[in-house]
Design a protein around this ligand. Structure first.
Ligand code: DGL
Length: 272
């Protein structure tokens, strides 16, 4: 048994979708969340920059004595996982892409799978490679959606929001034309706009939440090393952001489905 916290990071607030899943699946697990909100979005950055920022985020979490790390950012997973694993060989470190691709392949009947993600995630090609390795006859249609993260981070999440509708109309067209039956929400910000995504697609489809899909994987890894929290433990939650705390708090609630008060701090990780 190990009552130390699980570390979770994202470029911004999207990673809170993993926090939501973690508290539902393992309510006794303590965690430390870090959102690099001042540097979000990562999606338009180069692979080198994403690697640099992601490794620093992980180092910050390690400075809080975490027993495992969830890389709740598809952009970091797709561009920096090899380095993150090499830096953190002594603890489980789990990214989003593999568990999400597996879930998509499990849920798709026709094998026609859409992937919505940031530019840097789509450019990496990791979702296509992972899906095709699992199901070689799959047809994968990927779309980078650079307008969505800034909209979600600024609260434009209502299905009737005109800016969101316009962005999604463009983004969903290739997926609709391909007739995908499953859509990978390949960015942890997108579950917040699921309803708008389905409306823009125009027909019912499976949506796979990448922030949620990776949580089971880290719990399995902890169980295998007998490092889950002792049953009945009281959970401790800590939240850190690199940008303004008030801005973080104003959107955090919609990701978590509850509000956070207290235990939140702005932190400068520049020198870490
Ligand atoms: N939430 C992130 C992801 O899953 C990153 C979005 C961004 O910073 O561009 O890809």
């Amino acid at each position: 048994m190990d009552n130390r916290p699980i570390g979770i990071f994202d470029s911004g607030t999207g990673g809170l979708t993993s926090v939501r899943q973690l508290t539902a699946e393992a309510p006794e697990e303590s965690f430390v969340f870090f959102g690099d909100t001042i540097r979000a979005p990562y999606g338009g950055r180069s692979p080198e920059e994403i690697r640099f920022l992601s490794r620093r985020n992980a180092r910050f979490l390690r400075s809080r004595d975490v027993k495992a790390i969830i890389v709740s950012c598809n952009t970091s997973t797709a561009n920096a996982m090899a380095e993150l694993k090499a830096d953190n060989r002594d603890i489980p470190i789990v990214g989003t892409v593999e568990p999400t691709a597996e879930e998509a392949v499990r849920r798709s009947v026709t094998g026609r799978i859409g992937v919505m993600a940031t530019e840097a995630t789509v450019r990496s090609g990791l979702y296509e490679r992972t899906i095709l390795a699992l199901r070689p006859d799959a047809v994968v249609v990927s779309r980078s959606c650079p307008k969505l993260v800034p909209l979600v981070e600024t609260g434009h999440t209502a299905p009737e929001d005109p800016a969101l509708k316009a962005a999604l109309e463009e983004d969903m067209a290739p997926l609709r034309e391909a007739g995908v039956d499953t859509v990978v929400l390949g960015c942890t910000h997108y579950p917040l706009i699921s309803e708008a995504i389905l409306a823009a697609l125009g027909y019912p489809a499976e949506l796979v939440d990448s922030g949620a899909a990776c949580v089971g994987r880290v719990l399995e890894a902890l169980k295998a090393r007998d490092a889950l929290a002792a049953p009945g433990s009281a959970r401790a939650e800590r939240y850190f952001c690199s940008g303004r705390k008030n801005e973080f708090l104003s959107v955090a609630g919609s990701f978590l489905g509850r509000s956070i008060d207290g235990d939140t701090a702005e932190v400068d990780i520049e020198g870490i």
